[in-house]
Design a protein around this ligand. Sequence first.
Ligand SMILES: [Mg+2]
Length: 295
Amino acid sequence: MRSIVEGMNEPLLICCDMDRTLLPNGEQPESPLARPLFARMAARPGVQLGYVTGRHLALALDAIRRYRVPLPDYLVCDVGTSIYSLQGEQWQLWEEWSEHLAEDWRGSEQADLAELFADLRELTLQEPVCQARFKLSYYAAAEVEPQTLLRRMRERLTEHAIRAELIWSVDETTGTGLLDLIPLGGSKRHAVEYLMVYSGAGYERTLFAGDSGNDLPVLISPIQSVLVANATETVRSEALRRAAEAGNLEALYTARGGYLGMNGNYSAGILEGASRRYPELRSWLEATEEGRCDR
Ligand SMILES: [Mg+2]
């Protein structure tokens, strides 16, 4: 018991992607125990919670209500390009983060960069609700060869001295390509690193969980991460390959299920990863599950 209390004196930052990581909105089943147990873990003393999502603020808040997941301490929206925290009852945008990103795009914003690529017929702008000041998002047809397209786009960005990251992923359900263009220093990885410094958690006490393409910058980084079991085999093999190439394989855990009788999908995967990384959480989770530590 002593180790549980001692471990919890240090801040612990748990950052997770929302769709199909924390939220069970994929095709695979969710273990019924998982979300309530996640909420209780998030309420533990010392645990700080960050959601890191491609959604904009209103859609993220909508999902928090709809899926009854806990309110986070930090809400990172628009694929890492905006950070909010709760001030009283209002979610406040962190202006300092936005100013930092503005430097990468040299004063340009979403609409300016959209003009730069207006002639690329392979690309269709996503709906206005998916765009943000520092996030330009496209759909691409399933047959588009991403390497060639991304190379052409990078050449144009270089000509204009714009530092941007291009994040390619595929919608599992439709096969459609999804492309997000964001400032180079504004990915989910950079946002999580910013929070880990802000919260005082550091690399040792920060855990990220994700499932898909726009989580890869974090999953292959030195940040301790867990890939939930419902991720596709394509994402799993790419994450493992790229983490190994980057020398960060030890920081990546791939949930497989079986922990506390859960299947490793969605929040069960986050709990499985948290139990592997933090002994004090493992002790608490297992005591809670056996009904011996019901608080
Ligand atoms: Mg996701």
